[in-house]
Ligand binder design. Structure first.
Ligand code: IPD
Ligand code: CA
Ligand code: CA
Length: 274
């Protein structure tokens, strides 16, 4: 089985597991990883399903997954990067935007990204050098060049509220200068929506490798740009990600540079500490 077939199959099997919890909400158990950071038994069951499918075909590959397989580097070897439910808060509240995300990297380079939007039945797939698709149809980033005609997406962190002031200044700028701002609640969806030209750009801090490990490649293969907030190409573990069509990506980056202190731009935290 190819990595692509394996990932698509695993994402769809996991989506079935998630849907069974969604339709029997009495069976849903929610726990807290932090004061507002939820995890449900559906997250755990989804992750187990995905890993067992991947391990059947690729038993020696390494796994980075949100609910039990953390790692701080994928620089060497074959790595699967998994978010079993992206948008857990949405899922726990029955708000219908949540995705399964599976990325595959070799020696620190993204090879494959699959994001499956469970409720809309949209499967976003990209392979390095082969473009990006949604349900088999080629997708591309938007051609919007003017911020005033752009729909911008962002996310709000669940923790790490130090230095939220500069973040709010950035938010205010887009509120006043973009067409509008959206916060769907699933970073993988936000990035795929950039890839599909629905959003012109996206920025967020507090993101983890499993939030961006698949969808970052989907944006790139759709003709978009993904960087960290400082404009560097190391976005997987950067915590701060900006994506968009090439023009709007640069517009957002300039605004981040204007409002966010330099030590924060280059740091993996929001107050510049390490
Ligand atoms: C979260 C979502 C959300 C983003 C958070 C993520 P989770 O992922 O992607 O949109 O704002 O930063 O943690 O916890 O639902 O997998
Ligand atoms: Ca996530
Ligand atoms: Ca998750």
């Amino acid at each position: 089985m190819t990595e692509r077939d394996c990932a698509v199959n695993a994402a769809k099997e996991a989506a079935d597991v998630i849907l069974s919890f969604h339709h029997q909400r009495a069976s849903l158990q929610t726990n807290f990883k932090g004061p507002r950071d939820l995890v449900t038994n559906a997250d755990v069951a989804s992750e187990k399903t995905i890993i067992s499918i991947i391990k059947e075909s690729f038993p020696t590959d390494q796994i980075l997954a949100e609910e039990g397989h953390h790692a701080s580097s994928v620089a060497e070897g074959r790595w699967w990067i998994i978010d079993p439910i992206d948008g857990t808060t949405n899922f726990a509240h029955g708000f219908p935007i949540f995705c399964v995300s599976i990325g595959f990297w070799i020696d620190g380079v993204p090879q494959l990204g699959v994001v499956y939007d469970v409720m809309s039945d949209e499967c976003f797939v990209a392979e390095k050098g082969k473009g990006a698709t949604c349900n088999g149809i080629k997708i591309q980033v938007s051609k919007t060049t003017d911020l005033s005609q752009s729909l911008i997406a962002t996310g709000f962190p669940y923790h790490e509220f130090r230095s939220s002031e500069p973040y709010l200044s950035v938010f205010k700028h887009f509120l006043e200068h973009a067409r509008s701002v959206r916060r769907p609640g699933a970073a993988t969806y936000d990035l795929c929506a950039v890839a599909a030209g629905r959003f012109d750009g996206f920025y967020e801090f507090g993101l983890q490798a499993w939030d961006v490990g698949a969808a970052g490649l989907i944006v790139q293969e759709a003709g978009g740009i993904v960087t960290n907030w400082a404009g560097g190409e190391q976005w997987l573990f950067s915590n701060k990600v900006v994506a968009g069509n090439p023009i709007i990506h640069e517009e957002i980056r300039k605004i981040l540079e204007t409002y966010i202190p330099e030590e924060v731009l280059f740091s993996p935290t929001m107050d510049g500490s390490s």
